[in-house]
Design a binder for this molecule. Structure first.
Ligand code: MCN
Ligand code: CUN
Length: 795
């Protein structure tokens, strides 16, 4: 492990322009900062029509009738599609990514507020929206189920009564770990603490909402679908299966994406409706949702009610963790996650500690809420896992009257224990936790902060210091263990080096702001020794890129990054053979230096990659079996996931009069193994920390008793701005992944995973004088104030 302290925000004007890894400015930014990005809504096709969705005003209701006569009479309306029409096309229900089905348009019953009821196609967006009000729908309102805790009550309304034989709202029961062993450890432990910990429903709320432009060409039967998607290839295969259009006649194009955060993994009814609209009208159809539609109907995140318990010796040796989880999946099980993992990667709730036992059960239930569940930089629910264990460790520290940082240091998995097999079946690839924790404490001035806190407490001021330490599991596959609807999680890469030595690399993952056009070029640059600006990265078009499963769970660098490194190495080896032919020598007599093969012992005689590329395409007599190009392709199936980690410290001040929490400082030390572009990594961390402030202090999607969504606009669903966040203080350690081709681990979700517990731990620490040991997110002024009065909730 190498330990660095790099000041955060080193500023622009960084002159460092390495060939390969390093802090280079993003290649995509010139187009974004000049307003030349090309987003979905920028797409305009000749003859294009516009779609709008009529949505249910209630959460649970029998559909009695729909009358579209008046809407159809609108002069600009071309067609109106209802659930009945889709039944005729066998498209009323579509498979979800979790082996359930979801209604594309309501045919029988409304199951959440905002659900899709009818689709209007008109000449322009305004007419389409106006016509929605001309549709008459009669509903027979039913009692809604909004409290997941009541979902399994015998008298609960059965939400999915369209499924034959279904009499309750249970989706799945899942368990992992050794129950008996864990019970035994708990029974013999000196100290056990328990706490109900709720991770509320939140929403990724990307800046760009979801949308699609469908262009069906009937003569050849070709569908071109422009979509806001994080996984173009997986989508194409699913459309082929669902719509029966041959896969080779479907082209998915994912243009510039204005943020995804997991919101753009699934297939939404609107996408399918745009396709149906195009087939029915013979015109391209654009559908773009508005902000409320995005917040109310697309993939939410979390909604886990966790009963947690932690067992330890009285000296503070943590022995075991156990938890029962009630998972609210909404009206359809549409979470985007590997088939074998109904609770995602939640089973990493064992955290960064060397436990004797661990056990968990997760029960998934239907409620009258929007579907989704795996989104918002969650690393497949590592967010919930880390929040659970890091809150429990803090509660334990309080009980034992130990410093929370010391308690963590005492229990970390030791460097010599890696690769470490935890109690729920993960093999942590590499880690060195103590130096990261010590570095964060040093950057924070931890002891000094504790002294300051003591003085302030004596004066009645409320200052809190929160610590969290996390280990993530990111980068699924291998394909033998992980699939999405049967598609194994591996990714392809194709690399072409053109005659003049300029390269194009084609990848199957999708950038939504993470800077792949820069970092993937840097991987090729590092391996081939050519400048990153001479490598173009192509993604987001199934006609232009090799098959692969797409971007989520921070898998791009771990999987696709591995593919890109390996394809570049393949090109380098091919270049060696061609160079040998050009130099009339044997390949084994050549040696590599960045960018060039040369003759051992005679460095002046050699060929650069550009010269070799020209040779390959030229008239040089090529060795047997070598084609006349400098191209290669690979599909990379990773042997394991990668396990990045980090140590976070948060300092808050709480206003004793109002309960307002101010995040004064935040120190984040991350370890994502080999760092490709430190500037991009810092950007990812800054963004994720900001997410954390949002979730810990502001964001929540709640429902009233009637099932009305209370977070359907940015007036109600508060997201943080620069005003609510401090200047982030970052540091890092480097513990490479032993199995990844370049030693890199994912970083895209680390800060979102690691920061909420640090912030909540800080708030609870600030409220210690009131005897508060836990409070649920978001720690809004009203809730903090209530906690200070000894109440669980504001009145
Ligand atoms: N990187 C690096 N060195 C490493 C690891 C990563 O330089 N050791 C770089 C990568 O090359 C890439 C970026 O950091 O440019 C993020 O890489 P990675 O961790 O592989 O994550 P992904 O690219 O797969 O991005 C997905 C992740 C997820 S799942 C969510 S959710 C999220 C996140 O990224 N959504 C984002 N960060 C986001 N950032 C932006 N701007 N927008 C989103 O929608
Ligand atoms: Cu869980 S959000 Mo990201 O994995 O796309």
């Amino acid at each position: 492990t190498v330990i660095h302290e790099r000041p955060s925000n080193p500023g622009a004007g960084d002159e460092d322009r390495p060939i390969g890894f390093g802090r280079i400015q993003r290649k995509e930014d010139p187009r974004f900062v000049r307003g030349k990005g090309h987003y979905l809504d920028d797409i305009v096709l000749p003859g294009m029509l516009h779609g709008a969705i009529l949505r249910a005003p209630v959460a649970h209701a029998r559909l009695v009738s729909i009358d579209t006569t008046n809407a159809l009479a609108h002069p600009k309306v071309v067609t109106v599609i209802t659930g009945k029409d889709l039944l005729g096309l066998k498209l009323a229900w579509a498979p979800t990514l979790s082996a359930d089905v979801q209604a594309v348009l309501v045919t029988d019953k409304v199951r959440f507020q905002g659900q899709e009821v009818a689709f209007v196609v008109a000449e322009d967006r305004y007419a389409a929206r106006d016509a929605l009000e001309l549709i008459d729908v009669e509903y027979d309102v039913l009692p809604p189920l909004v409290d997941a805790r009541k979902a399994l009550d015998p008298d609960a309304p059965v939400i999915r009564d369209e499924i034959e034989g279904r009499t309750d709202n249970r989706i799945f029961d899942w368990e992992i770990g050794d129950k008996a062993e864990t019970e035994a450890v708990f029974a013999s432990a000196d100290v056990v603490v328990s706490q109900e910990i709720v991770y509320p429903r939140v929403h990724p709320a990307p800046m760009e909402t979801c949308g699609a432009v469908a262009d069906y060409e009937p003569v050849e039967g070709r569908l071109t679908l422009y979509e806001t998607t994080q996984a173009p290839h997986a989508h194409r295969t699913l459309y082929a299966i669902v719509a029966g259009i041959p896969e080779h006649k479907i082209r998915i194009v994912s243009p510039d994406i204005g943020g995804g955060f997991g919101n753009k993994v699934g297939i939404y009814p609107g996408y399918i409706l745009a396709v149906v609209g195009s087939i029915v009208t013979g015109h391209p159809v654009k559908w773009v949702e508005d902000r409320s539609e995005n917040l109310m109907s697309t993939s939410f995140a979390r909604d886990y009610i966790m009963q947690g318990e932690i067992a330890a010796t009285k000296e503070g040796k943590i022995l075991a963790v156990r938890t029962n989880v009630l998972a609210d999946h909404g009206a359809f099980n549409a979470t985007a996650q590997p088939t074998k993992n109904p609770a995602g990667f939640f089973s990493i709730f064992t955290g960064s500690y060397d436990l004797k036992a661990a056990y968990c059960t997760v029960t998934g239930v239907y409620t009258n809420k929007a579907p989704g569940g795996v989104a918002y930089a969650c690393s497949f629910r590592v967010t919930e896992a880390v929040y659970l264990v890091e809150r429990l460790v803090d509660i334990l520290a309080r009980k034992l009257e130990m410093d929370p940082a010391e308690l963590r240091l005492k229990n970390f998995i030791k460097p010599e224990q890696f690769p470490y097999a935890n109690k729920t079946g993960w093999i942590y690839d590499s880690g060195n936790y103590e130096p990261a924790m010590r570095l964060s404490m040093q950057l924070a001035g931890y002891d000094e902060l504790r002294r300051e806190q003591k003085e302030k407490r004596a004066r009645g001021e409320l200052m809190g210091i929160g610590v969290s330490f996390f280990t993530e599991t990111v980068g699924a596959g291998p394909r033998k263990h992980f699939d999405i609807v049967g598609l194994g999680m591996a990714d392809g890469a194709e690399l072409r080096v053109h005659p003049t030595g300029k390269a194009v690399v084609r990848i199957s993952v999708q950038t939504q702001g993470q800077g792949h056009e820069t970092t993937f070029a840097q991987i090729v640059a590092e391996e081939l020794g050519i400048a990153p600006e001479n490598v173009d990265v192509v993604h987001g078009d199934t006609d232009q890129t090799p098959f692969g499963l797409g971007t989520y769970g921070s898998r791009s660098t771990p999987v696709s990054g591995g593919a890109v490194a390996l394809v570049a190495r393949k090109v380098r080896e091919k270049a060696k053979l061609i160079a040998a032919a050009m130099l009339e020598t044997r390949p084994e007599d050549l040696e590599w230096e960045k960018g060039r093969w040369f003759v051992k012992g005679d460095p002046s005689v050699g060929k650069t990659i550009a010269e070799i590329a020209m040779g390959a395409h030229g008239t040089v007599a090529l060795p047997e079996g070598i084609d006349g190009n400098l191209d290669a392709e690979v599909t990379y199936d990773p042997p394991n996931l990668t396990f990045p980690f980090g140590a976070y410290i948060c300092v808050v001040d709480v206003d004793p009069g109002t309960g307002h929490v101010k995040v004064r400082r935040f120190i984040a030390v991350d370890d994502c193994g080999t760092r490709i572009n430190p500037m991009i990594i810092e950007g990812q961390v800054h963004g994720g920390l900001t997410d954390g402030v949002g979730m810990a202090l502001m964001e929540i999607i709640e429902f009233d008793e009637a099932g009305n969504c209370l977070g359907g606009s940015f007036m109600d669903y508060l997201i943080p701005t620069a005003m609510e966040v401090p200047d982030w203080e970052t540091g890092f350690t480097v513990t490479p992944s032993p199995h990844h081709p370049i030693g890199a681990k994912g970083i895209g979700e680390s800060a979102t995973v690691g920061s909420p517990p640090a912030i909540v731990n800080a708030v609870v620490d600030a409220l210690a004088p009131f005897g508060v040991t836990h409070m649920d997110m978001p720690c809004t002024p009203a809730r903090v104030w209530a906690a200070m009065q000894g109440r669980a909730r504001p009145p």
